[in-house]
Design a protein around this ligand. Sequence first.
Ligand SMILES: C[S@@+](CC[C@H](N)C(=O)[O-])C[C@H]1O[C@@H](n2cnc3c(N)ncnc32)[C@H](O)[C@@H]1O
Length: 349
Amino acid sequence: MTLNLSLARNYEPEDVWLPFSESILEWDRDFYQLMLNDEIRMIAYKNAIQQVVKPGMVVLDLGTGTGILGLWALQAGAKYLYAIDLNSEILSIAIQTFEQGNFTGRYEVFNGISYDINLPTRVDLIISEIMGNIGDNEDFIPILTDARHRFLKKEGRMLPSRVYSKLVPVSSLKAHQQVQSKNAKRINANYSIENILQRFAIKSPFSIYYDVIIPHTSYLSTPQVAKEFKLDGNDQPVYEIALTFTVEVDGIFTGFKGSFVANLSDSVTLDISGCDIASRTTSDSWKHCYLPVEIPVEVKLGDEIYLLYSRSYPKYRDSLFRQCYKWSGTIKRQGHVINVFHQSMEGGE
Ligand SMILES: C[S@@+](CC[C@H](N)C(=O)[O-])C[C@H]1O[C@@H](n2cnc3c(N)ncnc32)[C@H](O)[C@@H]1O
């Protein structure tokens, strides 16, 4: 695959992009290229794989895509690699990747969703990069729980080994305005905001999340861990969490920034919350998760934002990857409610 660098750096702070994790079954080559160019993603995974893979290991690359993580595992000494992906077109690129690396006979690919795959043997290590920009928005919990139970040896390891979803209330009028005017950028021309709203039966463009670089200067409070995923086989994909944020600076509250931190190995941590595009601390492919609220609210130092944040599956699930986040709550000043917000991806409004 040739790299198209223009795709990588062609974004600005607070530009609203359509949520890529919501179109996982339609990803085209441009999006895989964007991931291959994503420096903070690639550097962190390469370092972690080089640390964790030991000669002689049998490794599973779950969601292998172009095969890059599996290739690094083989180069680090893995004895054998299993590579699974549901996208048959991209799996043919993975085969080319392993062949060009001279690993003929050292790998086997499986086309399909991991739930339907059976592996010939259990593995020492499961490598995956199936996280969305708030951690679990590519449904990684049920996928990795199933994989851990069926594919991993008792003493085997997961890479990543732990993931944290983080949230912070923000003031981003530019992003809010773009959502209001349904002016979201996209890489794939077939993927539009109207399509998403229609597919989910959602009327308000404020009831879905977006991929947006939200600068740290937009923070109204200190980011908090909303959810910790231990990837030990016991994580729950459906939950509801209550968080309270104390406003630390006067501003206009327009929604929340979501991001994740992933422990890839004992010393490699991937944190996508960075916001300096020029210094490459931002992630080209994930950006951040922007969960907007419909009505911007003027907030002052000391106000409290109470958030009820949840993830579930909607009643009508047109695909295995259909999920539903809700973010609702109240804003209080000196104990009195000054505003409320309620956004939901449930649909059927
Ligand atoms: C974010 S991409 C990462 C691709 C590649 N590992 C990399 O790092 O460049 C995730 C890939 O996982 C695949 N995928 C996600 N969930 C899957 C599942 N349950 N079974 C099989 N493939 C899956 C997608 O089709 C996609 O190619």
